[in-house]
Design a protein around this ligand. Structure first.
Ligand SMILES: [Zn+2]
Length: 102
């Protein structure tokens, strides 16, 4: 599989799901939610697996591990980008409350 095909197929799948959620009828949205939300959750968990923080709260992928030798006591100054993105997307704190989750 060529890289562009891989990336394009993922984007297309997400676009298709977003279109159904925004314009589909209730039956289509419910069917999509039941079949695809578990896959979306698994995809997010898989992405987060490479970013599990250590005991200091430091993400092995996002932190500046290479400079740790200078200040080994240093705590991370910024959160993991993957966790931060997930938090912003999942809690959507800038928009209206989500009725189903409140
Ligand atoms: Zn990270």
């Amino acid at each position: 599989m060529f890289l562009n095909e891989l990336y394009g197929s993922v984007r297309q799948r997400l676009d298709d799901m977003a279109r159904i959620v925004s314009t589909g009828d209730d039956r289509a949205v419910i069917a999509l939610a039941r079949s695809e939300v578990p896959h979306l959750i698994e995809a997010v968990r898989t992405l987060m697996a490479g970013h599990e923080p250590n005991e200091l709260g430091e993400c092995p992928a996002c932190s500046r591990v290479l400079q740790r030798w200078r200040k080994p006591w240093r705590r991370p100054t910024s959160p993991c980008k993957v966790y931060l993105s997930a938090r912003r997307s999942l809690f959507d704190e800038d928009h209206e409350p989500r009725h189903a989750l409140r």
